[in-house]
Design a protein around this ligand. Structure first.
Ligand code: C5P
Length: 262
């Protein structure tokens, strides 16, 4: 199975660099471009504290439901002002017209990644994709296939008798059919998705823990090296960085581990 060492060039070209980086990035800088910090905090003020502490260390941040529901798009302003790249993780799932509008709104905020639930169906996925047609410098559209919190029993309760792995494959093929090539997935699904997407796919993998760190409530975990080895394009890391006594130092240790695996 091919393992990407480089991001898709058309996507990489759209990323905004951190200021004052050398023109020929070393492996730590390449790792920095593939690490997304989950900004899972309850307020803009708390996010600004964290951004100050990670200034110059991390480039990508993920804004999810908690922070966005509290603060709204205002939370994106300090991130944009600092030149950060943002993954807006709101997992849109609604009728095609509504999702298309939400994706367009996200693009207008200048976020670099936005996501939808693949379970919304082909028409919704196609509408989400079409919403970005003609948008200058559009965000990468990612799909969530089966939530990692759903096991076979939970899936069956929703009327789906297939195993989670088969459901992931079915939904991923549906996404690829409408031209969506980016996925949020666990490390366990990454290799199968990479086989489906080829090198062009963007795989964003959460559930990352450096060796020896607290698992928190995550069950299916991978180290940074394992996730990159399975084909991850980007790693999403929250608490190992955001709840560390020294977040910048924790991020640097993860970047080093990633750089060694690149
Ligand atoms: O703190 P931690 O590193 O566990 O945070 C992981 C982040 O990735 C959280 O924002 C979580 O919501 C998100 N996520 C996840 N598992 C998924 C999808 C998203 O942990 N399957």
């Amino acid at each position: 199975m091919p393992v990407p060492q480089q991001l898709n060039p058309s996507f990489a070209a759209t990323r905004s660099p951190l200021p004052n980086r050398p023109p020929f990035p070393d492996k730590i800088d390449l790792a920095r471009e593939r690490l997304i910090v989950a900004l899972d905090v309850p307020s803009v003020a708390a996010s600004e504290v964290l951004l100050n502490r990670l200034d110059g260390t991390c480039q990508w941040f993920k804004v999810g439901l908690e922070l966005f529901t509290t603060a709204g798009p205002a939370v994106l302003e300090p991130l944009a002002a600092r030149g950060h790249s943002v993954f807006l993780d709101l997992k849109f799932h609604d009728i095609p017209n509504t999702v298309a509008g939400a994706v367009r709104s996200a693009a207008a905020w200048g976020v670099r990644m936005v996501n939808v639930h693949a379970a919304g169906g082909p028409a919704m996925l196609a509408a989400a994709k079409a919403a970005l047609d003609g948008v200058a410098n559009p965000p990468e559209l990612l799909a969530v296939t089966v939530l990692t919190s759903l096991d076979s029993a939970q899936l069956e309760s929703t009327g789906i008798a297939r195993s989670p792995a088969h459901q992931v494959e079915l939904l991923a093929k549906m996404c690829l059919d409408v031209g969506i090539r980016g996925f949020v997935c666990s490390q366990q699904e990454a290799a199968a998705l990479r086989a489906l997407t080829g090198l062009d796919g963007i795989l964003v993998v959460p559930g990352i823990r450096p060796a020896g760190s607290d698992k928190n409530d995550q069950k299916r975990l991978a180290t940074p090296a394992q996730a990159l080895g399975a084909g991850a394009s980007f790693l999403v890391v929250g608490r190992p960085i955001t709840q560390a006594p020294d977040p910048a130092r924790a991020a640097e240790a993860i970047l080093k581990e990633m750089a060694e695996a690149l």
